[in-house]
Design a protein. Sequence first.
Length: 403
Amino acid sequence: MTRPRLNDAGPALMKMAQLSKQSGLKSSTIHHYLKLGLLQPPSKTGRTVSLYDESHLKRLRQIHRLKEAKKVPLAEIKGLLKDEVNPVMQTSQREEHKKQQIIDKAVEMFSQNGFVNTKISDIADAVGLGKATFYFYFKSKEDLFMECADRLAMIIVPEAAWDDIRREPDYMGRQRKRGIAFLEAFPNFSGILNSLRIALRGNDAKLARKARDTFRTIDRPAIKDLRRAVKDGMVREMDENLIGHLIVGAAESLGYALMMDSRYTIEEGVELFLDFIGKGILKSGSEDSRSSDMGTVQWDVVDSEGNHMAVENMTIGGDTRIVGKIGGGDLWVQLRDIASIAILKSAPAITTSVSMQNGDKVTLRIDGDPVLSGKSPYGQFFIHLGKVSRVTSAKASAELTNS
């Protein structure tokens, strides 16, 4: 089965960015149309890059014209356009759909049983194919495994989360969103990740090379983020390639830890992970100073049901700052400078009123629902900020009482 290439003769193929530019629609909108079945699925290359052609562009223009000019609801548009699919294209789509079914099932079976113990006949039976028909789609089990490795680089952080992560301006915010998406998908690909590690040191040079390429692809976003953070002055200079690989490896280890220990949610695990990569485990001179400064601050945390909890060494989203938006800008406020934080609204977005030690006040909008954590008299305390009513420093509370 011939794989589509960007330079093949015939209809011009384009990636999502090109399709978005030519259609004038955001990539998130196009993904939404794909999910609704308004737009036919794209073709895939060997590295699972989605490729689109003129038929996709034509369909997007039809949808846009019906939706914007004629105000037709999307549900009705789907009915209007359902009979316009080219029969040849429909056959090609069925073949591509079946191929993706095989890859999905293979990812699952390689993850459960390993590469060696998974037979072609098992995969073929699972998707309702004869063994001979399997070879119409893939030359060998090794060829299929390589396609699965390519898919792994895409599913390790689901495509639906990409735009949200890309739009996040803060380094730690991007790691939080990427970490949650990674850990939510982790049980589905952890096994094939192990198979790739085995292939990395195995005797098959072709599989070993594919494993190396896949791990480099997986590491690339972490390395790119580190370089950006170093350039912005948020992170000290380091070997981004090696540290990026270590961060991905630590996230993988966290995935196994959460599979073994149900006491922690994914969000709690990510906050501890961010605290680890942000502060490390050893105290430097500056860290001693900051910890001493923050350690003297005690907080009274009141949840939405009126329960109080005394907390020290408080962080919000793994940070010693509260990070939010004011107007069109971002504002980072050090917790040590804050007297109190009141949650004014928790849905659809968290809105806070922050009172400073000097008496100033500012209203901040918080993206997501970060976890507030700290040391309580009973152990480590975690609560989502959206479930908090008010946070007051003991110093500010004492001053109010004395006055």
